[in-house]
Design a protein. Structure first.
Length: 242
């Protein structure tokens, strides 16, 4: 039932997606953090600093959520071809990604993996989701492996750590399009996610326009101040001050 309710929320908030993404595209995490303060949300929205970027980049997206749970077992006593057969069953019936078929351009995938040390994302499946429009990932466990290729492919990921292991016998799919908790923040489908080298900040969808107003105010002031310093130092002006 919860998936159905939250899916309805996603449907009703699609109309202004492009407008919101455009509104937030130039904002830094710190600008948005300031904007949240300006609307009285001082203690909310900042994902815990233990969740870090795989590499330094900046992404703005709309939250799409999924939850995975630890696999209770038992792990099979199989090897070789028999294990291969079991693994195929596992990915088909136990740990799959039904949300992947529903990704919209600009979605930021938020995955509650229950803190499990597992590489649920890797060099292959993230490319499939990228083709559909997924702009980045946020997890509260490992969640990512094949990191050399993932970085090469410019797949933005913010996670607690890097993992080696595959999904089987470690994690199972639970639900999608539901509220999840990542780094001390409740994240709902449709919320705005801004992530860069300073971490991740989440803006509740209902506050999107108000927060953006004051975030842009802070960014404008920062650019003006830094531009004066650039000029005094004799530096060429770059896009961060213009």
């Amino acid at each position: 039932m919860s998936e159905k309710v939250q899916s309805s929320t996603l449907v009703t908030t699609k109309d202004d997606r492009k407008e919101i993404l455009e509104l937030y595209k130039d904002l830094r995490v710190t600008d948005v953090r300031d904007g949240m303060d300006w609307v009285g949300m001082h203690g909310y929205g900042t994902v815990h600093h233990s969740i870090k970027p795989l590499y330094r980049t900046k992404v703005v997206g709309i939250a799409r959520t999924a939850r995975y749970m630890p696999y209770e077992g038992p792990a099979p006593r199989l090897t070789g071809d028999e294990y291969t057969e079991w693994v195929n069953w596992y990915y088909r019936e136990v740990c799959n990604d039904p949300w992947g078929e529903e990704i919209l351009e600009g979605d930021f995938m938020v995955m509650d993996v229950s803190g499990v040390d597992v590489g649920i994302l890797g060099s292959n499946n993230t490319l499939a989701f990228k083709k559909k429009g997924c702009v980045g990932y946020l997890t509260n466990g490992g969640g990512i492996r094949d990191t050399d290729e993932v970085i090469l492919q410019k797949i933005p990921v913010w996670s607690k750590f890097v993992s080696q292991g595959m999904d089987q016998a470690r994690i199972r799919y639970d639900s999608k399009d539901i509220p999840v908790a990542i780094g001390g923040v409740a994240i709902y489908p449709g919320d705005i996610i801004v992530a860069d080298g300073d971490g991740v900040v989440v803006v509740p969808r209902k506050l999107a326009y108000e927060v953006a107003k004051y975030a842009h105010q802070e960014l404008k002031g920062d650019k003006a101040g830094r531009k004066k310093h650039y000029e005094a130092l004799g530096w060429d002006l770059d896009e961060t001050v213009l």
